[in-house]
Ligand binder design. Structure first.
Ligand code: AHR
Length: 529
């Protein structure tokens, strides 16, 4: 029996929930479900002190890499695009997803990107030193902000702290946010954008600690560079929210916080848990599940650094690139390139890669952010379109991958506040490691009359009976369950089978607290007074 140490509220009073079993749809029909696990338990008390969940954790990221921007969200001349070249079907899908924020333009791309190449009527093609291809610069700041507003998301701009300067960053802030003072504000107006873009979120740099990054910095340089960048950008617009590239390693992040922490609102951390940069040997379902506890460990290590720097109350974590699967770009960071290396990037777009492993892992990632809601105030899945993203876009249309459905379920169905939960249940053992088979978080509405519980059954082939006991709701609370499971751990959606894995919702009549969670599934149970 593995007992999760992550939920803390505990529960002593008896819940209203009874004992008879109700199966979720699909549970009894699935192959291999006959063997059940021991009953797991989720208990929570809605009157315990809640923590607000920042909805920015459902954010996304888009980079000038391969077919994410060009041939992804932006395709001038396509019958599916508007006059600006923005793919309308992609906009509709992302509106449906309810994306709150998008980070752009990189990633590694930004560390040698000069924003002035991407504005105005004359766009000159430039060489993208990070990805060793030419960028037409036809998608730049104005197109990005317009696109964000169309999908209903806040734009979040990551600046060039590699080959760029604090002054170039502050010019970018001026271009976006000043009404008319300054040559760059006037440049924006001359480009047809009379109103300021009002970009609130700005990051100083991307992974500048990494040897692969253009213009990487040393620990000694970074804190001072961030401090000067923060000063210059804030001289232009004091209202902006500032981030800086950090990680869970205190040798990098502590000097940053000591030198520049007082200027920062967030520190950015990144995580990809199936490292596929060089070889695209994607890990199997169980291997991915065993790694699904790692994001929370990374968050907790980062919080420890923030606490030691005495900044945890004020500086929050933006997990502003995350994905189970690392992007495949062999040779990145090395000198030289070949057509074969560039061609290998096509492998990122193989839809069979994105299975229930991706769905369950993503749900566990979001659960970790929700449990640590006090500290994690933004997260951005990387990327949103093509490569490892939740949406696969091709010239004729798009496919919603398994992760699209998870992101939408969480965004649509979870409530605004997290309450601590006590989780019990069997363990999942593989390759000498052991993790809880069940992962869950409990959220509640601000008025305390609705509870919404996100639950992952990580087991590849066993149905998981589960007792859900929520204190603080009446006996006759209306209960619905939405479940995503697919017919195998390796189930995925593709162009010729776009609805192989889709969520199903069922209303449970006279719910008594007993659930039967299908193997390899993500469920959200909503109880409404
Ligand atoms: O593999 C994609 C890259 O991952 C992003 O550009 C970078 O920020 C991260 O290292």
């Amino acid at each position: 029996m593995a007992r999760s140490k992550l939920g803390t509220s505990g529960m002593t009073r008896r819940s209203f929930l009874g004992t008879s079993a109700i199966s979720l749809m699909g549970a009894t029909a699935l192959p291999g479900v006959a063997r059940k696990l021991e009953t797991a338990g989720i208990t929570a008390d809605l009157s315990s002190t809640p923590t607000p969940v920042n909805r920015m954790i459902f954010g996304q990221f888009i980079e000038h890499f391969h077919r994410q921007v060009y041939g992804g969200i932006f395709e001038p001349g396509s019958p599916l695009s508007d006059k600006m070249g923005l793919r309308e079907d992609v906009i509709a899908a992302l509106r449906e997803l309810g994306v709150p924020v998008v980070r752009w333009p990189g990633g590694c791309f930004v560390s040698a990107y000069h924003w002035k190449n991407g504005v105005g009527p004359e766009r000159v093609r430039s060489y993208d030193k990070a990805w060793k291809v030419e960028d037409p610069n036809t998608f730049g700041t104005d197109e990005f902000v317009t696109w964000c507003r169309r999908i209903g998301a806040e734009p979040y701009i990551c600046t060039n702290a590699g080959t760029g300067t604090p002054e170039e960053m502050s010019d970018w802030v001026e271009y976006c946010n000043l009404e008319r003072a300054g040559q760059y504000a006037r440049m924006r107006r001359d480009n047809g954008y009379v109103e300021p873009h009002n970009v609130k979120y700005w990051s100083i740099g991307n992974e500048n600690y990494g040897a692969w990054e253009a213009g990487a910095k040393t620990v000694e340089q970074w804190g001072y560079f961030v401090r000067e960048s923060a000063k210059l950008t804030r001289f232009v617009d004091p209202s902006i929210k500032l981030f800086a590239a950090a990680n869970a390693d205190r040798t990098w992040t502590m000097p940053l916080l000591e030198r520049a922490g007082r200027y920062l609102d967030y520190i950015s951390i990144h995580g990809y848990w199936d490292p596929l940069w060089q070889d695209n040997n994607v890990s199997d379902y169980l291997t991915c599940m065993m790694r699904s506890v790692q994001p929370e460990a990374q968050i907790l290590s980062t919080v420890e650094i923030l606490r030691d720097a005495k900044l945890a109350d004020r500086v929050k974590i933006a997990f502003d690139e995350w994905n189970l699967r690392g992007w495949h770009h062999p040779g990145h960071g090395d000198i030289g390139k070949s057509d074969a290396l560039l061609k290998a990037r096509d492998k990122n777009d193989l839809n069979e890669t994105y299975t229930m492993a991706d769905a369950c892992f993503s749900a566990c990632f979001l659960n970790a952010c929700i449990r640590q809601a006090e500290h994690v105030h933004m997260a951005n899945m990387a990327p949103v379109v093509n490569a490892r993203g939740p949406l696969f876009v091709h010239p004729q249309g798009l496919v919603k991958r398994t992760t699209f459905h998870v992101m939408k379920m969480y965004n649509d169905l979870l409530e605004q506040q997290m309450v601590g939960a006590n989780i019990t249940g069997a363990s999942l053992d593989h390759a000498g490691a052991s993790i809880p088979v069940l992962d869950a978080v409990v959220t509640r509405s601000e008025d305390g009359r609705t509870a919404s519980v996100a639950i992952v059954n990580r087991h590849p082939d066993r149905m998981l009976p589960c007792r859900l006991a929520i204190e603080g709701l009446p006996r006759d609370a209306q209960t619905t369950v939405t479940t995503l499971s697919g017919d195998s751990p390796d189930a995925y959606n593709d162009v010729d089978k776009p609805e192989s894995v889709v969520p199903e919702t069922r209303r449970l009549r006279a719910f008594d607290g007993s659930l039967a969670l299908p193997p390899h599934s993500v469920s959200i149970v909503r109880l409404k007074a």
